[in-house]
Design a protein around this ligand. Sequence first.
Ligand code: UDP
Length: 463
Amino acid sequence: MHVAVFAFPFGCHALSLINLVQKLARAAQETQFSFLNTEESNNSIFLASRTNLPDNIKTYNVADGVPLNHVFSADPIERVELFIKETPKNFKMALDMAVAETGQKISCLIADAFLSFSGSVAEDLSIPWIPVWIPVPHSLSTHIYTDMIRQHYANSLSDGCSNSCRDGNDVELEEKTFQIPGLSELHIADLPVEVLPREAHETPFSCLLGQIGNMVLKVDTLVVNFYQELYPKPLLNDLKSKFSNLLNVGFISLSMPPPSLPPSTEDTTGCLSWLDSQESKTVAYISFGTVANIPQSEIEELAEALEVSRIPFLWSLRDNIKDCLPNGFLERTRMHGKVVPWAPQTQVLAHSSTGVFMTHCGANSVYESIANGVPMICRPFFADNKLNARLIVDVWRIGERIDGGVFTKTGVAKSLDLILQHEQGRRIRSRVQAVKELVLKASAPGGHATQAFKTLVEKITLV
Ligand code: UDP
């Protein structure tokens, strides 16, 4: 068997997918896997070394569509759009290379479900197509029901929602909900802009995502980076009615249970030994992922709150943002805080001193927090962040939205106090522990996620 894997090379999608492929390659050692991704993304996920990959995985680079000597604008989506314009030609070329090098025809195509064109590639080769949904499944549903949501949005506007609704920051719009199975707690303003394009501004990216709903017509096996235990029932039932094999294989980037902490000799950032010196469940870990740009004013407010409150904190802050810190902040807070450009996040969240995670609500961060039973304070910024924050705060109730919606000196202090000191925080902590237990049980032998993974292995080895 020779399984080709198409990665979406932006955000943490490719990293999640290669983690799944590594698990599959270990479980199906006779099967060859060809992992197709852009060179830049391959380099970043393998951090210059591929030596840890099982022998039955080979990686191939696909063209990223960036013209020679191209000068990028400030718009981060430009890379995505250039890449999309190059598809599917770039993937087909790399597929030919994988077949020529291995001497094996492709027997099955696994693809990031964002790459909606991959269904036609599989069809042309007469092989099964197994898409993988990386974000939360609620967002899959927003893509399946995009037409209904847009209609509802248009109705909201004509019902008298003021013109400023169109800017996406109007309270009226913020509070509109819509009736789609399992999404009744979401508000329109939680949705990514691609689902609700402003007027008729379709882009290559929104068109690509717009095709996702068509998967329903072509796919019977869909792999989801999630646990069936965490769905609202109506959403699970609805997706099960659409995909005859809905394989919730669990959080694919994580080992469950999380591995024990490495000895402190491996603690190159010093974060873990610093955490060792703090008291149990007292530390606020702060990180906004790899992409989010936080306004300077909010960095300043957050920093001032941390300084005044004297709550122990560990802040992963990219070097390019560090300049926004108030003068002398690092020196004044060095007795109760630590700022690093990169933290070993999963290990930090697993550490017994970590009491709360202040996060932008990227899917990986949310999953890592759940897997370690850490409550969250949410300050969502972009993409699926707002949708994830809604699930954390209003559906699973395992965190709080930052008081006031943005970082302010008083809001940060209030939110930290609520989670770390108050009865409400204690209830949130016990709920996130309960969710962690559910996830652990589902990942244990015989659990739903383990069973779903076994089914996936059978599907790719017995085609
Ligand atoms: N991360 C990390 N150390 C840091 C900051 C981030 O290990 O100091 C990792 C984090 O564990 C997560 C990923 O980077 O796996 C960020 O992914 P997420 O989906 O949360 O956010 P994105 O960067 O895609 O917005």
